[in-house]
Ligand binder design. Structure first.
Ligand code: IPM
Ligand code: MN
Length: 360
């Protein structure tokens, strides 16, 4: 679908959320000036919503998110709200939104850029050319399973998966693999967990509809090791909610910094774009956070939601060009880098987008 008028809901959230979202908005502004009609509205989520309304997301904001063409999120959470009960924490704002909009498919591309080979803590020869996607189930599993509870003496959660939840995310995984190198690794803990036994069985069944895709299975502990040992073996990693959460943070470090990883959360009707990283309260407000992940979220949005691959490519090229020129935030700095602030690198990327955009 190519849309002429785009309505975005912006949810900056907490910590570094607002400052990185500000950089993404600079890029959106350039695209607007280039002739695409984009309306934005900004709302509260997470700790910011708790401070204002006493809850991490209001019903009105969920409704606005539902009505928007896409949602752009910064990050939620922070030490300030850590003593609140689970259902009143900032994170619950995001989880409720994912559930309410049925955003069950979370796509997290992991691509190592040549310019950042020296920014990673891992050896160059291991990570060069790494390019895979983590497809994480996002509205099921232990994040949402009932019963759950806590008292002074015990605490428990439920890892539960329904067949239809596994089927639909498996289809997304196979479809993504089909557009890539046609290799899918399904990650589970089927040697121990019943929920994973069903996961493996259902993925194998859905595979019959995608015979052109090479399917293999890995246990999550082994996969965590393989990502460090030989990350180039992966094309698409398909996994459940909690394993995907953990493996995507791990994978981020191949790229040099978790500040580089964007993600798309997709449902039947809605889409939300958020960086893989958190709110980083320790560096919030210092103008040193890496806005690349948030800016790359805008690139993903134009690709997945608006079917404008050329705009998406332009944004990615702009990010790569600025990094190639040696400009870095501290998290990805190398020996000869020019270390610049969040807002300065945002300006540079936006300016580069402007130079690269073809006239509409
Ligand atoms: C992520 C985050 C979230 C998650 C938190 C903020 C609820 O870590 O998107 O990876 O655990 O899904
Ligand atoms: Mn996470």
């Amino acid at each position: 679908m190519t849309k002429d008028r785009i309505k975005l809901l912006i949810l900056p959230g907490d910590g570094i959320g607002p400052e990185i979202v500000e950089q993404a908005l600079k890029v959106i502004d350039i695209i607007k000036k280039n002739g695409i009609m984009i309306e934005t509205e900004t709302e509260l989520i997470g700790g910011a919503a708790i401070d204002q309304y006493g809850i991490p997301i209001t019903r009105e904001v969920i409704q606005k998110a539902d009505n928007a063409d896409a949602v752009i999120l910064g990050a939620v959470g922070g030490t300030k709200w850590e003593s609140l009960p689970a259902d009143l924490r900032p994170e619950q704002g995001l989880l409720s939104l994912r559930k309410a909009l049925n955003l069950y498919a979370n796509i997290r591309p992991v691509k190592v850029l040549d310019s950042l080979l020296d920014s990673s803590t891992l050896k160059k020869e291991i990570i060069k050319g790494v390019d895979f996607v983590v497809v994480r189930e996002l509205t099921g599993g232990i994040y949402f399973g009932e019963p759950r509870g806590i008292d002074d003496n015990k605490a428990f959660n439920t890892e539960i998966y329904f067949k239809n939840e596994i089927e639909r995310i498996a289809r997304i995984g196979f479809q993504i693999a089909r557009k890539r190198k046609k290799k899918l690794v399904s990650v589970d803990k089927a040697n121990v967990l019943e929920s994973s036994m069903l996961w493996r069985k259902v993925v194998a069944k859905i595979h019959k509809d995608y015979p052109d895709i090479q399917l293999s299975h890995q246990y999550v502990d082994n996969c965590a090791m393989q990502i460090i040992k030989n990350p180039r073996q992966f094309d698409v990693i398909l996994t459940n909610n909690i394993f995907g959460d953990i493996l995507s943070d791990e994978s981020a470090m191949l790229t040099g910094s978790i500040g580089m990883l964007a993600s798309a959360s997709l449902g039947p009707k809605n889409s939300l774009y958020e960086p893989v990283h958190g709110s980083a309260p320790d560096i919030a407000g210092k103008d040193i956070a890496n806005p690349c992940a948030e800016i790359l979220c805008i690139a993903m949005m134009f690709d997945y939601t608006f079917n404008r691959a050329e705009i998406s490519r332009t944004i990615k090229n702009a990010v790569e060009d600025v990094l190639n020129q040696g400009f870095r935030t501290p998290d990805i700095a190398q020996a000869n880098s020019h270390i610049i602030s969040t807002s300065k690198i945002g300006d540079k990327i936006a300016r580069r987008v402007k130079e690269l955009l073809p006239a509409e």
